[in-house]
Design a protein around this ligand. Sequence first.
Ligand SMILES: Cc1cc2nc3c(=O)[nH]c(=O)nc-3n(C[C@H](O)[C@H](O)[C@H](O)COP(=O)(O)OP(=O)(O)OC[C@H]3O[C@@H](n4cnc5c(N)ncnc54)[C@H](O)[C@@H]3O)c2cc1C
Length: 428
Amino acid sequence: MNMHTISRRRLLAAGSALTGLSLAGCATTDSGPSIGRVVVVGGGFGGATAARYLKMWGGNVDVTMVDRNPQFVSCPISNLVLGGYKQISEVTVGYEGLKAMGVKVVQGEVTAIDTAGKRVRLADGTQLPYDRLVVSPGVDFMNEAIAGLATPAAQAKFLHSWKAGPQTVALRQQLTAMRDGGVVAISIPKAPYRCPPGPYERACMVAAYLKEHKPRSKVLVLDGNGEIVSKKGLFEKAFADRYKGILEYRANAELKEVDAGNGVAKLEFEDVKADVINVIPPQRAGDIARSAGLINQNNRWVGVNWLTMESTAVAGIHVLGDSTMSAPLMPKSGHMANQHAKVAAAAIVNLLKGEAVNATPVVMNTCYSFVSKTEVVHVASVHQYNAQQKQFLTVPGSGGVSAAASEVEGRNALSWANNIWSDMLSKA
Ligand SMILES: Cc1cc2nc3c(=O)[nH]c(=O)nc-3n(C[C@H](O)[C@H](O)[C@H](O)COP(=O)(O)OP(=O)(O)OC[C@H]3O[C@@H](n4cnc5c(N)ncnc54)[C@H](O)[C@@H]3O)c2cc1C
């Protein structure tokens, strides 16, 4: 039985529920009249998963996904590119699978969301009307929080490499060009930020590269937080056992200012001079979420109804992933964005059909971190919707962290990445 057959049957079964629904200009898909138009802004972990699952579960939903980039480039595993253990091509996946699923994939910059007129505007003037909108733009950077970082020259020198792609490759080039005996500083913002364990994994990958190829060099980890914010004991052990003498970790070392001319990072009480300075700035919901008026939490994040992922600021817009105000102990991760997308896709299909949404969603997360080129540690958690608190809460006793780093987990981490890329982007 192919998917179109299932879709047609589901449509027939849902026939009575469809009565009275706007048929979105009576558009048709290849599996019958469309039950609604959904536009997805962002083709990353949240957006691509939502687009794919809307087609799988909704079938005859019109789905258009817009991303500024021609291909998906994964942040997970991109720290291995910095170590020289992977190429950027190995963390890059095309959108052909989604197109084969029937998703209209548009490459373009979304410049505005007309929330009253229910249309999305692209830089080239294209307008995309929607019945429901999914917004998963990831994060943008609060460069203004660090004096001196607002200029293009400073941003070109102090790379974030916190969106995988050209900056990942450029930071790798800075590392390979550095002299043996040089210093690499990595500045970590105060939480919350995208991928809590990511900066510490990055420190391990850079230290592993230096240990092997430039052993007189050093990695200085300048953490704006009071302590390592994820997998603390495991990273402390990795730093002490594997990178002693190469990696120096400093807590409460929040970056206040950068001096692009002299290559200096200024902390509260000292100036740090380094050959390479990787500045991961503080973050907030993506620019498009801000300009659309979706940010309503701490002036940084988007509040959502966790049963549908619908914005609490603007009806009809479902926001996923890093842009959301995270539930307690819920990380900003690719795995979690993928889970948000499934909650949203199921709810949108229900809402378009006039059906009730799932009242008891459960989501989960696993984040793997490489501490050497082959050995990995993980953290996992399960989050269940609590109707009284209208919130996802962690399930007591669920999840946890690895007992120790291992190569078995190294293989699991690579399998996790391949599986989730497939879950987002492959043809069913
Ligand atoms: C170094 C690093 C390592 C990480 N490792 C892991 C890991 O091991 N496991 C894990 O689960 N997570 C990991 N993460 C976190 C993970 O990458 C993010 O949490 C995840 O990408 C969030 O998904 P998202 O959909 O919110 O945003 P994204 O995946 O960033 O997708 C946003 C998309 O929207 C597009 N976009 C934004 N605005 C516009 C616009 N105006 N017009 C058009 N397109 C637009 C962007 O181009 C992008 O493709 C890591 C992150 C980093 C930086």
